[in-house]
Design a protein. Structure first.
Length: 185
């Protein structure tokens, strides 16, 4: 069931991401946070986690703030969004990504699940776009395929850090499966 709070989050995210497009296929950007939220909802995450998944790029990619998210959606959602947000967009790509990798290795399970859903959707998009556009698609990214492979491989390791392999969440298995396909190419 979609709650009023989720409906408000959909409206808020749609408004904040209005006019933004995905790098390669130019689809409306909002499709990405929707898919992240749907993955979380389909895997029985609680509504605050689903909402945080929907809002996970607001602070990084729009003028929205954690304070605004706190007022509109509560402290738990703003903490989750803050936990998956890159703080220093001015740093070089490698430093930003390494900071994210380090942060997620120590994060809560809910933050790791939001990260999984985000990376799953990104990997799906990259794999699909590579079929359609070939290697030319990598020109749309700040870094090429080998750097992206480094990042996703290390982010996966970060996501599973501290998790008993017998207790892996299904999203972790899905992330690993897509990562394996991405690394084979």
């Amino acid at each position: 069931m979609i709650t009023n709070q989720i409906m408000r989050a959909i409206t808020y995210a749609t408004t904040k991401h209005d006019g933004q497009r995905r790098k390669v296929d130019q689809t409306p950007y909002i499709a990405h946070p929707y898919r992240v939220a749907m993955l979380l909802k389909d895997h029985h995450c609680d509504n605050d986690v689903v909402i945080a998944g929907l809002l996970h790029d607001i602070v990084e990619d729009t003028e929205g703030t954690l304070e605004e998210i706190d007022v509109l959606f509560g402290k738990k959602v703003s903490i989750l969004v803050g936990s998956v947000t890159e703080k220093e967009k001015s740093l070089p790509w490698e430093e930003r990504k390494q900071q994210s990798i380090n942060k997620i290795s120590e994060a809560s399970l809910n933050v790791k699940l939001i990260t999984c859903a985000d990376k799953i959707d990104n990997l799906h998009s990259m794999l699909d776009n590579e079929v359609v556009y070939g290697s030319s698609m990598w020109h749309a990214f700040d870094r090429g395929k080998s750097d992206q492979q480094w990042y996703y491989k290390n982010m996966y390791q970060s996501v599973i850090t501290g998790i008993d392999p017998k207790a892996f969440h299904p999203l972790m298995y899905l992330f690993k499966s897509l990562l394996d396909s991405f690394l084979q190419e």
